[in-house]
Design a protein around this ligand. Sequence first.
Ligand code: DGL
Length: 251
Amino acid sequence: MKDLIGFFDSGVGGISVLHTARRLMPNEHFLFYGDNLNAPYGPRPLEEIRALSAAGIEKLLERDVKAIVIACNTATSAYAEIIRAQRPDMIIVGMEPALKPAHFARHGGQVIVLATDATLRLEKFERLMALYGKGVVPVVGEGLVELVEGGKAKSPEAATQLKKLLGPYRDRQIDAIVLGCTHFPFLAEPIQRMFPRARLFDGREGTAQRLKSLLDERGLRSGDGPGDVEYQSSGGEASVQLMERLMGELN
Ligand code: DGL
């Protein structure tokens, strides 16, 4: 029997986190489940996001995973506390916008936090803002998840949408930009081109490190032999192919 680590996202975004986890833990076996059929979650009401997250995470639990990564800021904000209360013994690693390191990278300018509507409106973000909110400009990444889900992260449409959303801030001193949605690292290049002096932050490394240390603490790391990834999606074969393609594009 393989000892699996389950990854969940509303779609392909969590692949960006899985890529980092694979680099850190090459011997582990991963199961990635993306609910592509129902992405994006961000514009949905809270109860709907909770129900979809519960169903997606259940898919991982059915496979007897040893740990779960909610590789989605939106699902973490809506559902992590609930599933943690239901499964107190399970390793459950969630995500949040990397506001803290971005805050410390400020040198007099502002910090843009680009995330989904739900992430920015839920309580978790309010708590982060209370700690690190000085100079922060939250921006809803409207339409961006759809572009990444459509395999169009590098398209002219994506560049146009980014200009629409972030163009108004180009004349300001932007010291840092937080990619507060796991789909957005796939848009890092055009964002960096728009703001060449800003540092980009995301939660991938912190999340993967946290997973590794929790597995280490409990003696649950896989031993020798190469690990692998099994991809599953509510969106069918086309979504699985996109997951594999995006995994190959990251380095
Ligand atoms: N990848 C997700 C996140 O990190 C959610 C995208 C969505 O479905 O709206 O927030």
